[in-house]
Design a protein around this ligand. Structure first.
Ligand SMILES: Nc1nc(=O)c2c([nH]1)NC[C@@H]1CN(c3ccc(C(=O)N[C@@H](CCC(=O)O)C(=O)O)cc3)C=[N+]21
Length: 287
């Protein structure tokens, strides 16, 4: 039997429906519309598409969104000034600085400048620390998307062996921490593998849940998957053949027990988590 598809588009739609009601309630009770400010620096084509999609998502659930653009030659000071203005603006609850930033700008400096209370990406060191301590203010969007697609599809996590491949600050590292945490949707035994892991297949074949977050097209091949395992593909790789994940999907399908497609898997859910965090930010700031 081929793998069950874990449909990120369908789940994203369902969560947006739930959020629409919660946002309406919030507006009725507080007389304030939750608002996200997106900051886009430069002309990167993919970034423009992402930001447009995020704003469309906001509109669908009743969250206000604004777009703040700077040219590709913007200085760090200009960007810091814009962020300071958005930090002070009481009508803005969430701030998202789309990555990557141009080379003349120090990304760490920028991510630290965003008010931790408005940091809906959860990239600020204070918010990273709170996640590590199990007291999150916001959950990082892609790791949260992975956790939610598992939980909402009743994939058992507690006591299972999760193998995460890829140790980035925005996906692999926080995800490994979250799934290994004590509590709901967690309590897994987690192995974090990366580019310096020798005999990677020996690790991935032990996974009940295998998460591919490497950023290399079709890097995870069928022989690296334990039969029946749940395979979560976080990869978004633009190739001549279109958008492909980090997993060789066609080859994995007859081996895996469950699998997320690309597109239509973790990507759309990641965007939903930004909406969730924006509502959370509005609740915390308007209390
Ligand atoms: N501050 C910041 N926060 C981010 O969360 C952030 C970022 N910068 N920079 C870039 C990455 C990438 N990312 C994606 C989100 C959704 C899809 C997504 O919706 N993907 C669709 C396909 C969309 C398409 O065709 O490109 C899918 O997988 O079905 C993809 C990629 C968020 N990122």
């Amino acid at each position: 039997m081929p793998a069950q598809l874990l449909d990120g588009n369908a789940l994203a739609r369902q969560i947006r429906r739930e959020l629409t009601a919660e946002v309406a309630d919030f507006i009725e009770n507080n007389g304030v519309v939750p608002a996200l400010a997106a900051v886009l620096v430069g002309e990167d084509a993919a970034s423009q598409v992402y930001v447009r999609n995020k704003r469309r998502d906001c509109e669908e659930v009743g969250i206000q969104s604004s777009l703040h653009r700077l040219g590709a030659d913007a200085t760090q000071e200009e960007l810091l000034n814009l962020i300071a203005k958005l930090n002070r603006d009481e009508t803005v609850h969430g701030i998202l600085v789309q990555l990557p930033l141009p080379p003349q700008i120090d990304t760490r400096v920028i991510l630290e400048a965003v008010s931790a209370n408005k940091d809906v990406d959860a990239f600020h060191p204070e918010n990273v620390g709170l996640v590590v301590q199990g007291q999150p203010r916001f959950l990082p969007c892609t790791p949260s998307a992975v956790q939610q697609i598992l939980v909402r599809n009743n994939v058992p996590i507690a006591g299972k062996h999760v193998v995460v491949v890829g140790r980035s600050d925005i996906v692999g590292k926080p995800l490994a921490i979250m799934l290994g945490q004590r509590g709901e949707g967690a309590d897994a035994t987690v192995t974090l593998c990366h580019s310096r892991t020798p005999d990677l297949g020996a690790f991935t074949r032990q996974a009940d849940i295998l998460v591919a977050a490497i950023g290399k097209p079709k890097f995870i091949t069928a022989d690296m998957i334990r039969p029946g395992a749940t395979v979560i593909d976080v990869g978004i790789n633009r190739t001549d053949a279109g958008l492909v994940g980090d997993v060789d999907f066609e080859a994995a399908l007859p081996v895996a027990g469950r699998i997320t497609p690309v597109p239509g898997g973790i990507g759309p859910l990641t965007r939903v988590m930004l909406l969730v965090n924006t509502l959370t930010a509005a609740r915390q700031l308007e209390m």
